[in-house]
Design a protein around this ligand. Structure first.
Ligand code: FAD
Length: 317
């Protein structure tokens, strides 16, 4: 079933999960161990992130540095199929522009279609760590909107080899990312919203937000979106904070602010066990408030941890 159908047909609030593929060489059982305890809550769909290649530099015997490209977390498509098979839930692979030519994207979408996976979250991807800004592949996409258009074309039976006849149309439900606090590269919120509207007007069916720790940011974002004519479901993304280090890591990595009250409480914690408990409680409060406001689905960024998500879900669902 499509994400939008899950939302439209929900008879009670539910949550979806976002998981990461295991590190290269690790068993998929590690991922299953993480998902297993959460299945009692019956999340109707699970997102699997995509991780593009990174460059690493190895020192050669002659002292020169050798640049090699590695993908630390491959396997998104296979993992989606494995999760679907094991738990009988829908999966949402993230597909990104970065590192892909249009043809490689088309081939990945064909694989997904054959596997019966009918949802995709379409993203641009971040710049490679060693690059100051995002660089598309030659014959790749620059922005998520361009990739969305490619998926929509396939949904209309228009593949890249356009002279081909009798092509089978795909039927993907398309998600896009939204940023209540603005995407870090956008010149201002208005411009960011304009580009978000382009993604919806081009065929994205729903939005998942970047994490936020103050619900007012989400409520304001939804209101602005609605005023701009963005009427698709906007799924709030939530992440429970778990370590003191995240006070700096989260703003650095995800370009979001943490509320002063949360910071002061984290600082008071004696150890990360206390921080984790605080993160759970904060996320429960956020979840309950969103539910009270009538939001039918919450999206938890689980980051490979299930015990805190389980603690939250058991209080909220
Ligand atoms: P876009 O929508 O293309 O926007 C990128 C920037 O360009 C924005 O500043 C936007 O305002 C601007 N822009 C957009 N269109 C135009 C245009 N036509 N002209 C000029 N400017 C434009 N990353 C991964 O690598 N793997 C993942 O699995 C992953 N999952 C994610 C899941 C969620 C829910 C979210 C919120 C983010 C995720 N990301 C992931 C991170 C994401 O790839 C980055 O935030 C990336 O920098 C932007 O992606 P986007 O799809 O929002 O890009």
């Amino acid at each position: 079933m499509k994400v939008t159908e899950h939302i439209a047909q929900a008879t009670k609030p539910f949550f979806s999960l976002e998981v990461l593929p295991p590190l290269k060489g690790e068993s998929i059982d590690n991922l299953f161990k993480h998902i297993d305890p959460l299945m009692e809550f019956k999340p109707p769909f699970i997102d699997v992130t995509y991780h593009r290649e990174e460059f690493v530099y190895k020192k050669r015997e002659n002292g020169l540095l050798e640049k090699t490209s590695i993908r630390k977390r491959p396997g998104t498509v296979g993992i989606c199929a494995a999760i679907k098979h094991r738990y009988d839930v829908d999966t949402v692979p993230h597909i990104i522009c970065g590192g892909f030519t249009k043809e490689e994207t088309e081939n990945a979408l064909i694989d997904l279609n054959f596997l019966g996976i009918t949802n995709v979250l379409v993203l641009r991807g971040d710049p490679i760590k060693s690059e100051p800004c995002f660089v598309p592949e030659p014959n790749g996409h620059h922005y998520a909107v361009d990739l969305i258009k490619q998926v929509v074309n396939m949904n209309h039976g228009r593949y890249l080899a356009s002279e081909q006849e009798n092509v089978f149309p795909t039927d993907f439900c398309i998600g896009a990312a939204g940023y209540p606090e603005k995407h870090f590269e956008a010149p201002n919120k208005k411009a960011d919203l304009r580009y978000l509207k382009q993604k919806i007007d081009s065929g994205a069916n729903y939005i998942v937000t970047q994490m936020f720790f103050d619900n007012q940011k989400y409520f304001d974002f939804v209101e602005t979106c609605r005023n701009e004519g963005i009427n698709v479901p906007i799924i709030p993304g939530l992440k429970p904070i778990a370590t003191k280090k995240q006070l700096n890591l989260i703003p650095h990595r995800f370009h979001v602010d943490l509320p002063e009250e949360l910071i002061l409480e984290v600082v008071k914690c004696k150890d990360n066990e206390q921080v984790k408990q605080l993160g759970i409680e904060w996320c429960i409060q956020q979840s309950k408030e969103l539910q009270k406001a009538g939001i039918p689905v919450l999206h938890y960024y689980s980051m490979g941890k299930s015990d805190n998500i389980k603690a939250i879900a058991s209080q909220v669902f």
